[in-house]
Design a protein around this ligand. Structure first.
Ligand SMILES: Cc1ncc(COP(=O)(O)O)c(C=O)c1O
Length: 391
């Protein structure tokens, strides 16, 4: 009886997918992210993945991963503090630090884990965290686990943030947490100004650059390069599973803090290290970025603009922005699912967001055209979008 009651609390409400006749989530992909992908046996244009630079199925990256498997095997079967700290890990951490221009880096199995582990290691009940109200679930969950005071500020709103900072006295430490690119919106944080506010009010800035690393900046180094932030003394996190085309999460910053986290961030200390294949794959992506970024970014920007134009022509509401993301304002949950279904049926895989990922009634359908797509494939996507918008 008790057992039955327990399980009955978890029955999944699938009525929305049933009414619409389409469940856009957990679609089975039968191929690599190489141009068009195979979904449930059908060829479809991938505008859903975060494969911004299109390097997830690049031959050089795959080659590096395979080489690492030959040398080290498929798993390190241990945490970095034990058997996971191979030379590849150490070299990659140094390379990533150099890439983003910060002193020291640790690499965790994911950025969700990095953001989750960070705050409970550095903040406690005497501290305050002021966080953008659109911040990613990983940041919010991580902040909650720190048991500190939390104050959200309006999305990218410097005035609101400053008002909170002015009123926030008596804490041991105040942190300001935000993301570089908010991927459901495509908006970019005014991070340079946020860093300045932090300096004025002696707060510690924390930036999650998951959608900025490898994408923003003249050479792809992310938000700090993009906004010309010199001598950053805050904390930096990023996912290695988006433009960096592998998986993992990094935390970078001043050496003393990162050395501390190497021993006290339990999400690092007690979790199996990233696989050798992934460590080598990220290294290969960094090499490609260093030599080809301008050309790859050129394609990414062109594709984003072409998709944007087709959406406007099709009558969709999209927020223009500098990020290589097109986010359609799709309204209700039903409308969001219906749009994702139409795109899917015509040959485009998209990412629909409904609450709680976005505020209630403010659904989004996100399209990201990675640099691995061909001009012909993008032209095909453009035609599909225009047809769906204005049939
Ligand atoms: C802003 C942001 N932070 C963190 C994450 C989590 O990154 P990962 O996939 O490496 O766990 C994501 C991924 O969705 C993200 O968009």
């Amino acid at each position: 009886m008790v057992l039955r009651d327990f399980y009955s609390r978890f029955s999944l409400d699938e009525s929305l997918a049933e009414v619409v006749g389409h469940n856009p989530y957990y679609q089975i992909i039968d191929s690599g992210l190489d141009g068009k992908i195979l979904v449930n046996g059908h060829e479809i244009i991938d505008l859903a993945s975060n494969n911004y630079l299109g390097l997830a199925a690049d031959g050089r990256v795959k080659g590096a991963a395979v080489g690492a498997v030959h040398k080290y095997g498929v798993s390190l079967c241990g945490t970095p503090i034990a058997t996971g700290y191979i030379d590849l890990y150490q070299r990659l951490a140094e390379k990533l630090s150099g890439f983003v221009g910060l002193e020291e880096t640790i690499i965790l199995p994911s950025c969700y884990q990095a953001n989750n582990g960070l705050f409970s290691s550095i903040a406690g009940p005497q501290d305050l965290i002021v966080v953008d109200r659109f911040a990613h679930s990983s940041l919010i969950q991580g902040i909650k686990s720190a048991a500190c005071k939390i104050r959200p500020f309006l999305h990218n709103n410097l005035e609101h943030l400053e008002g909170i900072l002015q009123r926030s006295t008596g804490y041991r430490q105040v942190f300001v947490v935000t993301e570089s690119v908010f991927s459901t919106e495509g908006s970019i944080a005014p991070f340079k100004e946020i860093v300045q506010l932090c300096e004025n009010y002696q707060a510690m800035p924390v930036i999650d650059d998951s959608h900025g690393i490898g994408v923003l900046g003249k050479s792809g180094q992310g938000i700090l390069e993009e906004q010309g932030i010199q001598g950053y003394r805050g904390i930096y996190t990023a996912s290695l599973g988006k433009a960096m085309a592998n998986s993992g999460g990094m935390i970078s910053g001043e050496k003393g803090l990162i050395d501390y986290l190497k021993y006290y961030c339990s999400h690092l200390v007690y979790s199996t290290a990233l696989t050798p294949a992934v460590l080598a794959g990220i290294g290969a992506v960094l090499d490609i970025i260093q030599s080809e970024f301008e050309v790859i970014k050129g394609r990414l920007v062109t594709y984003q603009q072409e998709i944007y134009k087709s959406l406007v022509e099709g009558g969709f509401t999209v927020v223009p922005g500098a990020a290589p993301i097109n986010s359609i304002q799709s309204g209700s949950k039903e409308a969001t699912f219906i749009l994702a279904k139409k795109l899917y049926e015509k040959g485009i895989l998209s990412t629909p967001f409904i609450e709680p990922s976005v505020p209630i009634g403010e659904g989004r359908v996100r399209l990201i055209a990675g640099a691995n797509l061909t001009q012909d494939t993008v032209a095909e996507a453009v035609e599909i979008i225009k047809r769906i918008g204005r049939p």
